[in-house]
Design a protein around this ligand. Structure first.
Ligand code: BYC
Length: 468
């Protein structure tokens, strides 16, 4: 025993103190996690006190406990949402059986892979964002970045708990491997594409939180339907935290749009770069990039993997139990898009193999609230989501070049025009030039408007991170 009081150090509702084997596995893993956090977590702020939300229980009082914490001392806990008595497997071949409390032997490998893929994204995002603190646009934003980071750390703990508690030695090996892969590393990259991209600036960070965390929400919601009850309970609780990450993304972009509009009105020009703002065209190009990379995260349009996950009862649809059908989907069809030569057409496909596409459809919600800000300023420009076939690296559209409005274009036309559609080197250099830290309480970088309100009822000029 390392002499650590796990009951207090790792807040949990899984009776950790009663499970010696699991406790030992976590005792072994925890120092490696902390080492990883110090090496790969937020760079330069480990000793600072940050006003953070810590989950100390799953009830309404406990899950949002605020106070100053140094990040390495954050209490990464293990929480499962309350069990649903009598819960069943609600879809696939095992439908109607009691939900599994242990891993069903025949699905062990598949389930482990799903949990590892989910788990891998969490430390990956922390690695991607580790340098952002040094260029924060305000203390408010700095605190939100760190909140997101520690919670992604907690989500890693959540998956490691499942691996260690239910998958024996294989699970422990996977837990170690989760700390060894590195975002963007040529030899040991993270598993999914978007998690090997760079997040070099705050515009990218907010876009990531908006688009990539939205994939996270829908994937977690599908795993929350799992017939493997501990996975379901774990993901249900993770979803409560995910909402804040999307809030950071949505309001972050909204504040950048707001500032762009203010400068446009003040100076009567679209070209607000001259005045230190981020112009709407640049925002659109970043949006195109992050949206397309995040759409890839849903996997191929036609996927036997997705069909197998479903039939095995491991990964359901978004809001599976609210859907009114047989929950087997053997006969059902779903409308998917595909390529017919140069044309993008729709056709009916078996519903089971179309599950990735269906989840992607559930997620595609507009950027309406950002456009509302633009409209309120009396400006006649709209931000738009790119066509789902634009700039894809996974699935059928990875074979073709497609414009943001959904026209298949030749390689020559792509080469000539992709600068209008995706962030250019010049855009990136300009955005980088804006990344100058602003750390006085209540002050904000010139390219972003202050938020409407502070965190947890605190004023906007609260000292969210104590830098002194
Ligand atoms: N990049 O049948 P296919 C989050 C692989 S985000 C690289 O089309 P499938 C978060 C695939 O693995 C949510 N490889 O796909 C957000 C397969 O490999 P194998 C994360 C990819 O399996 C922000 C092959 O291509 N959670 O939580 O139906 C911050 C053919 O695949 C990609 C999950 O993803 C890609 N984009 O679906 C922090 C949930 N896409 O089998 C956190 C768990 C596919 O040929 N994961 N491939 O070796 C899954 O449900 C599935 O693995 C996927 C892929 C939906 C990702």
């Amino acid at each position: 025993m390392a002499g650590i009081d796990y009951t207090s150090l790792i807040p949990n509702n899984v009776n950790l103190h009663e499970n010696r084997r699991l406790q030992r596995a976590l005792e072994d893993w925890q120092p490696k996690f902390l080492e990883w956090w110090k090496d790969m977590g937020p760079n330069g702020f480990q000793a600072k006190e940050v006003y953070l939300r810590t989950a100390i229980s799953v009830d309404a009082q406990g899950w949002a406990h605020f106070g100053y914490v140094r990040m390495p001392e954050y209490r990464w806990g293990i929480f499962l949402a309350e069990p649903e008595p009598g819960r069943q497997v609600n879809f696939g071949d095992h439908k109607g059986q009691p939900a599994w409390q242990e891993v069903p032997g025949e699905h062990r490998g598949t389930l482990r892979r799903l949990i590892v893929t989910q788990g891998d994204t969490e430390p990956a995002s922390v690695e991607q964002q580790r340098h952002l603190g040094r260029t924060c646009p305000s203390l408010y934003d700095l605190r939100n970045l760190f909140q997101v980071n520690v919670e992604e750390g907690r989500h890693l703990w959540a998956m490691v708990y499942l691996l260690d508690a239910y998958f024996g030695r294989d699970g422990r090996e996977e837990s170690e491997a989760l700390l060894q892969r590195r975002s963007g590393d040529a030899d040991k990259p993270r598993i999914l594409g978007a998690f090997n991209e760079k997040t070099p600036d705050w515009l990218s960070f907010f876009m990531f939180c908006f688009f990539t965390d939205r994939d996270g929400k829908y994937q977690l919601a599908s795993l929350a339907e799992s017939g493997f009850d501990p996975l379901s309970q774990t993901c249900r609780f993770m979803l409560t935290e995910e909402a804040h990450h999307m809030f950071v993304g949505e309001t972050g972009i909204m504040r950048i749009v707001q500032r762009a509009c203010e400068l446009m009105r003040e100076h009567k020009t679209e070209d607000v770069r001259k005045y230190g703002g981020i112009d709407l065209r640049t925002i659109q190009r970043y949006l195109n990039f992050h949206c397309s990379v995040s759409l890839d995260l849903f996997g191929s349009e036609i996927s036997t993997n997705a069909a197998n996950f479903y039939t095995a009862g491991l990964k359901g649809r978004f809001e599976e139990t609210k859907k009114q059908d047989d929950h087997l989907l053997k006969e059902a069809t779903y409308t998917v898009v595909e390529l017919d030569g140069e044309r993008i057409v729709t056709r009916e496909e078996g519903a089971l193999v179309s599950l990735n596409e269906r989840l992607r459809d559930d997620c595609a919600r507009g950027v309406a609230r950002w456009n509302e800000v633009i409209r309120k300023h009396g400006i006649d420009i709209e931000l738009k989501l790119p066509h789902r076939a634009f700039h894809r690296a996974i699935g059928i559209f990875s074979e073709v070049r497609v414009s943001p409005d959904g026209q298949v274009v030749s390689q020559a036309e792509w080469d000539a025009r992709h600068h209008d559609w995706l962030p250019t080197e010049e855009d990136k250099a300009y955005i980088q030039s804006l990344m100058v830290p602003v750390t006085e309480p209540g002050k904000f970088a010139n390219w972003i408007a202050p938020p409407a309100r502070g965190i947890n009822g605190q004023p906007v000029d609260f000292e969210y991170v104590r830098l002194a």
